[in-house]
Design a protein around this ligand. Structure first.
Ligand code: GLN
Length: 487
């Protein structure tokens, strides 16, 4: 029999439902693994008492023949989601030890489906980053090679899943933070259409971009989890869409014969490393074998997504982060003279360098005299990027390409060069700016035998199509079953 931690969410849910294993036993098993592999840095908080009491409640529901889809399945949440029972830090000293009086909507929805919370996962501070090195607490190590970064900002989530410290995790994706760490750690992750999942209780970074999504080992698991996470939340998130929750597992097995896969030529230019290129090429060939047709498409403004995103996201961040002023939440400077000094010292002490950089850029591009030159221009190009996708989707059903130009780099490799991180987001930012659903699925290995993810992008509300295409790929390949040695 497989070890508990090697089971997928779907397998585990079945074992729990048939009472082969209890939720308490399962939770204990994963908590023990989290402790044993603490050196990876994936978790920021665990609390055995809380987890076990949730597990006992799940076992009681199982005993009453409750049929919730995820009953007793343990999961951990990116520390961007607020939770009553665990501290919620967003990876920042500003919120060290902060306790929310409520749970995020996504957390509530998963709990209603039966999920047991294992704890909170490390991330880049306020989800700003691509390597998890911007966490104010400690970096996260990639289990495939612990000298490398796991990707970011949902690095803790990706590592917890890849190293089997949780069967699944939540992540958030503003500009690639689900897809890129999933790619770097050899797991599967999906960011739904903007507005599908409620942002209530997700500590805000860039509100017009932030979306929650699941990270797990298989597309099937992602479909199960996403079905539980989505749905309108009109009273709490005004941008949540009035689109009913959907059962994304229904169409997983549909044939993909004749599926038109758009391959954007701009995703295969100079910046793409050869190892990633050949891995992606092989994955596209696999899709052809499965009956899909490749069509060349063009996303001519791909490179512009970087400057556009790094204007819009910091602009929104500078506004969102103004709430951390030492009055209402978290950290307050110990010594100060007047109110202004309290604000200044609190923010200087509480925020890390990258967050400060973004607040400064954001404040600058929104300020009088620069707003038209930067922010407004960026918004116009954002619209053009979204239009380019609509043009492409006239010729294809889904778009495929790399998630990132390279495999995971070494810890410290980008040093103090934030631009190196920003440039690595080139393939995930366009889909984010357009608000499209996107995923990453393991499709092979590149330099240093590090995992490579294939990015699949769909039109609005095409999550089911993406998950179907991903699932069919996973039925024909075994990259999603490989695991790092020692885990
Ligand atoms: N790497 C991007 C950034 O630093 C995206 C982060 C995200 O999606 N949260 O902003």
């Amino acid at each position: 029999m497989s070890q508990l931690h090697d089971l997928t969410v779907a397998q585990l849910a079945a074992r729990l439902a048939s009472k082969d294993v209890s939720a308490v036993e399962t939770a204990r098993h994963f908590l023990a693994r989290a402790r044993a592999h603490e050196s990876l840095g994936a978790y920021l908080a665990t609390d055995e008492d809380v987890t076990l009491s949730q597990a006992r409640a799940a076992d009681e529901r199982i005993a009453t023949a409750d049929k919730a889809a995820l009953l007793g399945v343990p999961m951990a949440h990116k520390d961007i989601f607020v939770t009553k029972d665990f501290a919620s830090t967003a990876g920042s000293k500003m919120l060290e030890g902060y306790r929310s009086p409520f749970d995020a909507t996504v957390v509530c929805k998963l709990a209603a489906a039966g999920v047991v919370t294992l704890g909170k996962l490390n991330c880049d501070e306020f989800a700003m980053g691509s390597s998890n090195e911007n966490s104010a607490f400690h970096p996260v190590k990639n289990p495939w090679d612990t000298s490398r970064i796991p990707g970011g900002s949902s690095g803790g989530s990706a590592v917890a899943v890849a190293a089997r410290l949780a069967p699944a995790a939540t992540g958030t994706d503003t500009g690639g933070s689900i897809r890129q760490p999933a790619s770097f750690c050899g797991i599967t992750g999906i960011k739904p259409t903007y507005g599908r999942a409620s942002r209530y209780g997700m500590i805000a970074f860039a509100s017009s971009l932030d979306q929650a999504g699941p990270m797990a080992r298989t597309a099937e698991d992602c479909a199960l989890l996403l079905s539980a996470m989505c749905g309108p939340d009109p009273d709490r998130d005004s941008t949540s869409l009035d689109v009913p929750a959907e059962d994304f597992t229904k169409s997983l097995d549909a044939s993909i014969e004749g599926l038109r896969i758009g391959v954007p030529k701009e995703f295969f230019g100079e910046g793409l490393s050869n190892d990633v290129r050949s891995t992606i090429d092989a994955a596209l060939k696999e899709y052809e074998k499965l009956g899909a047709k490749l069509v060349e498409v063009s996303l001519p403004r791909t490179e512009l997504a970087i400057p556009v995103y790094y204007i819009i996201a910091p602009a929104e961040a500078s506004s969102n982060l103004s709430r951390f002023d030492g009055v209402k939440f978290g950290h307050r400077a110990k010594q100060y003279g007047d109110l202004l000094e309290m604000y200044r010292k609190t923010r200087a002490e509480g925020f890390g360098d990258e967050v400060k950089r973004r607040i400064m850029i954001g404040t600058y591009v929104l300020s009088h005299g620069y707003y038209d030159a930067y922010y407004l221009q960026a918004q116009k190009i954002r619209r053009m990027i979204a239009d380019d996708f609509q043009q492409a989707f006239r010729q294809c059903d889904v778009i495929a390409g790399p998630v990132a130009p390279t495999v995971a780099w070494k810890l410290g490799e980008h040093g103090n060069d934030p631009l190196a991180d920003y440039l690595a987001d080139v393939f995930t930012l366009p889909g984010s700016l357009a608000g499209l659903p996107g995923m990453s699925i393991p499709c092979g290995f590149g330099a240093g035998h590090m995992p490579v993810g294939l990015q699949l992008l769909g039109n609005y509300f095409a999550e089911a199509k993406l998950l179907n295409a991903a699932h069919r790929f996973q039925q024909a390949t075994d990259f999603h079953l490989r695991k790092p040695e020692g885990y």
